[in-house]
Design a protein around this ligand. Structure first.
Ligand code: ZN
Length: 221
């Protein structure tokens, strides 16, 4: 177990819950904090799910930060209930991209982490399945890490345990951590706000389900 502390950027979804479970295993729950951002998502329910999941893993330091003003400077289908979520299209950015989101999250998380004496920032971003999201790319995360260190004269380590994993491999990781069923039943990834297995039809649910089926196939199930 690492003799350090970590701050997990935590949404209560499949990916960040898997990261949280791994962090609790690696650092010990008393050394893990998490931070959740509310930025006018369609479903404030996401925050409630995040609170429940963090408590489930025994993480008591859970900071929830409101970024309600984000909607004043940009919009997209996650922030604006009037916009339909477009079907995932490999050739273009999905219209659920929130410009600058991960950079904003990392900056705020880093400020909070430094105030707690924490260097390790953990985020569940992944470039394997999300080629349309520029701020999920490894090159962005590495660049941002350098910038944060320069901005605050501090040695942050931005860790991205899921960066190179497919969704199927993330399910396999959840299984190795012993949390597969918990992730499947209690996390929220669905754009329509259906906890657990989701609505089954939104792009996020389709991706999650496709990954789960690939995971099951890889197990020979
Ligand atoms: Zn859904």
């Amino acid at each position: 177990m690492r003799n350090e502390k970590a701050l997990v950027i935590f949404s209560g979804g499949q990916d960040s819950t898997t990261c949280l479970a791994q962090a609790v295993r690696d650092y010990g729950k008393g050394n893990v904090s998490c931070i959740t951002f509310h930025y006018g998502q369609r479903h404030g329910l996401e925050v409630e799910v995040a609170r429940t999941v963090a408590a489930h893993f025994g993480v008591s330091d859970h900071k929830v930060i409101s970024l309600d003003w984000y909607r004043q400077i940009t919009t997209n289908a996650l922030l604006d209930p009037g916009l339909a979520i477009a079907k995932a299209d490999a050739s273009a950015c999905p219209n659920t991209v929130v410009d600058g989101r991960n950079m904003m999250f990392l900056l705020i998380a880093a400020v909070y982490a430094k105030s707690l004496g924490i260097r390790d920032l953990i985020t569940g971003v992944c470039e394997t399945d999300f080629s349309g999201y520029p701020d999920c790319r490894d090159v962005f995360i590495k660049s941002c890490n350098v910038t944060l260190n320069l901005a605050m004269a501090y040695e942050f380590r931005v860790l991205t345990p899921l960066m190179d994993l497919t969704k199927a491999e993330t399910w396999a990781l959840a299984e190795r951590l012993g949390v597969l069923e918990y992730v499947r039943e209690h996390t929220l990834t669905c754009y329509n706000g259906v906890v657990g297995r989701g609505c089954g039809t939104c792009p996020s649910c389709v991706l999650r389900q496709r990954g789960y089926e690939a995971y099951r196939l890889s197990k020979g199930a």
